[in-house]
Write a protein that binds this ligand. Structure first.
Ligand code: CA
Ligand code: CA
Length: 664
């Protein structure tokens, strides 16, 4: 394993900076299995920024800013014998840094930021024979080359880098060239002028690459393309420069500072104020984000280099740690054993509101390199789980899981603990939750609370503008034409509700939620409006939202529509109208089974849509934007009395919905 960079010393893993250091001048070699430093010690006078081993394994090409090796002149490029470790006689001077090499037959193509090679004009890329003779091959570029690969039969060279024209034709940051004549060959995919291709890797009949953007909103993801046509098979568009890629197994690994992967099924910008994920993987088949998400510390960019021996992944960059452990500049990831444990779940939430039954709910945890975890639920300190279930989770998408423990003795007390398991690693057990089993079925609010709402506004206050959260601290705020103290939906005395005027009245949750994809919204409404309006919604803004879906609105004729926006509106509607001035119970759920819309305890409409629009938003009752939605009503704000609003972080089951409804 050869390593090049800006370093002047290396030290073993775990050693503190300045200790156990061995001098190495910008270039070093290690045993790829043991990590032991190898006796390959050459004195370069400036940094190394490109390394390449010939396909036959005999030659190590080194490029960079250096001018000499072991006191001998080598301007920006040098070749070493891998068998002896000695500098070879190959001597080709460049007037600017060399970043990339690619050998085809007896020709090596070199790319970088130079404009002459051996004193002859060559901009960004040149062809040199393996015995050091400059070839006539000379494409005309207007920029630099960062990466080089070739098509499977070696007849074409594909170059990537910050350039915009080749041979007088517009070619933005990627081009395919005849390996003999330097004439342009087809490359169908285009790249925006604000980004450039930083890395290329061909595996089999696919060329993979990554891009760096030069401004906000620019393409900075990865792609897979047909080598001969340049037609892309997929393009992954996470934001945050991709500096390096490597293919191992069925994933493309990328070193980047990804800060918004909402378009790749991942996290949106500003997710929990966390800036970046530096180490990610995407599926070779479709570019979808993988489960491998190690932590990297100490660097805002990169990793800057990735390499593989087909089984292990080697990562280089300016980082100081990996997964919270000291690891400066270089790290190795192996196929096994599984090193990271699942996290420790917080103690489950337990409640008993139904005779002889306990509801147990817990929030999924994550594991840095496993996306699907199995959960074991233990009762009363037992060694054998009473229940097991698997679920997928990501740091930005952790579902709430649940289990109903039935046939328990009323009055008995039980404890519950949960733990997560991944591959061979058993995570730590959660704290203990204790509950006493009820002998009688409890009322509406107890039933709702037992199902662990994310927020629950009873709307019973008689004054002020706060909608107190009975489940926690997501207290809502009434605004516009929202008035208090209307008689409530429930039969219990003292229940009150909020009246919305249909023009500006609404109640807004203060907390932003990240791209809910498994959730339920619940509430009661009473209206005789003929102008429709939004009853419950999710939107990106605290005023008129730019992104808005996961909403239930009433059409002018009184039908209810539940809609999400996974690229385009996906809606389900009730056949019946509900603007009859009676109280109705409304629940809308989305989860792995799709979307469901319940009215008065019964499913009235459903579909299989599991996705929605990816953004950070606020839950609300009352109006918000409805522009562009099917059968949109005259009014985006509903004139209605609303009560007992709740949001859950998972899809309520039909049994839970009817239990709530029957508790009213
Ligand atoms: Ca693991
Ligand atoms: Ca109420």
């Amino acid at each position: 394993m050869y390593l090049g960079g800006s370093f002047t010393a290396v030290r073993p893993p775990g050693a503190a900076p300045g200790t156990s250091e061995v001098a190495r001048s910008y270039l070093a070699a290690f045993d790829a299995s043991s990590g032991e430093l190898v006796d390959f010690d050459h004195r370069l006078d400036r940094r190394v920024s490109g390394l390449y081993v010939s396909p036959d394994g005999n030659r190590l090409y080194v490029g960079g800013d250096f001018l000499s090796v072991d006191g001998v002149s080598r301007r920006k490029a040098a070749v070493f014998s891998t068998a002896t470790g000695q500098l070879t006689s190959w001597k080709v001077g460049f007037n600017g840094p060399v970043r990339a090499f690619h050998e085809i037959g007896s020709t090596v193509y070199a790319g970088g930021g130079f404009s002459t090679v051996k004193g002859v004009a060559r901009t960004g890329v040149a062809a040199i024979s393996t015995d050091g003779q400059l070839q006539a091959w000379a494409p005309q570029l207007d920029g630099k080359v960062r990466a080089i690969t070739s098509v499977p039969d070696g007849s074409r060279v594909v170059i990537g880098g910050p350039f915009s024209s080749v041979n007088g034709q517009a070619r933005q940051s990627i081009a395919s060239l005849d390996a003999s004549t330097a004439q342009l060959r087809p490359w169908a995919a285009t790249h925006p002028s604000c980004s450039y291709v930083s890395s290329l890797s061909r595996v089999g009949d696919t060329i993979y690459g990554g891009a760096v953007g030069k401004g906000s909103g620019c393409y900075e993801g990865t792609f897979a393309a047909d080598p001969m046509t340049g037609i892309e098979r997929w393009r992954e568009t996470c934001r945050g420069a991709t500096e390096a890629v490597a293919v191992v197994g069925s994933y493309l690994y990328k070193g980047s500072h990804a800060h918004d992967c909402s378009t790749a099924g991942g996290f949106p910008e500003d997710y929990e104020s966390r800036d970046t994920y530096n180490l990610l993987s995407v599926s070779l088949s479709n570019g979808g984000l993988g489960d491998w998400l190690p932590g990297m510390q100490g660097s805002g960019v990169g990793p800057l280099a990735m390499a593989t021996d087909g089984r292990q992944l080697f990562v280089g960059g300016t980082f100081s740690g990996i997964n919270g452990q000291g690891q400066q500049g270089f790290a190795r990831f192996t196929a096994g054993p599984d090193l990271t444990l699942p996290g420790r779940p917080i103690a489950p939430k337990v409640a008993s509101v139904k005779t002889a039954t306990v509801s147990v709910r817990w929030t999924a945890v994550t594991d840095r390199d496993d996306g699907t975890l199995t959960y074991r639920l233990f009762r009363d300190g037992g060694r054998t789980p009473i229940h097991e279930q698997s679920a997928s989770s990501r740091p930005w998408d952790r579902p709430v899981l649940q289990f109903e423990d039935t046939d328990l003795a009323p009055g008995s007390t039980h404890t519950y603990q949960v733990q997560a398991v991944a591959q061979d690693n058993v995570g730590p057990k959660s704290g203990v939750a204790t509950v006493t089993v009820t002998g009688t079925d409890k009322g509406y609010a107890s039933r709702v609370l037992a199902d662990l709402p994310t927020l629950y506004w009873r709307l019973d206050e008689s004054s002020g503008s706060t909608a107190t959260d009975a489940a926690g601290s997501n207290h809502g705020t009434l605004s516009g034409g929202a008035t208090r103290s209307s008689p409530g939906a429930l039969s219990e005395s003292g229940d009150r509700a909020v009246q919305l005027d249909g023009r500006s009245g609404r109640v807004l949750a203060p907390q932003r939620f990240n791209n809910p994809r498994r959730y339920s919204v619940e509430g009661w409404f009473k209206t005789d409006t003929r102008a429709g309006g939004k009853l419950i919604g999710f939107g990106s803004s605290t005023s008129n939202s730019g992104s808005y879906d996961r909403h239930v609105y009433m059409t002018n004729s009184g039908q209810l529509v539940f809609g999400t926006h996974p690229g385009s509106p996906s809606t389900i509607s009730t056949p019946a109208a509900y603007n009859d001035n009676r109280w109705h119970h409304l629940v809308a759920t989305q989860g792995v089974d799709g979307m469901r819309l319940y009215v008065d305890g019964v499913v009235r409409a459903s579909n299989a849509t599991t996705d929605a629009q990816n953004y950070l938003g606020y839950w609300r009752i009352g109006g918000d934007n409805l522009s562009g939605w099917p059968s949109a009503p005259s009014s985006s704000y509903v004139r209605a009395t609303m009560d007992e609003f709740a949001v859950f972080g998972y899809a309520l089951t039909a049994e839970q919905v009817i239990r709530h409804f029957n508790g009213s």
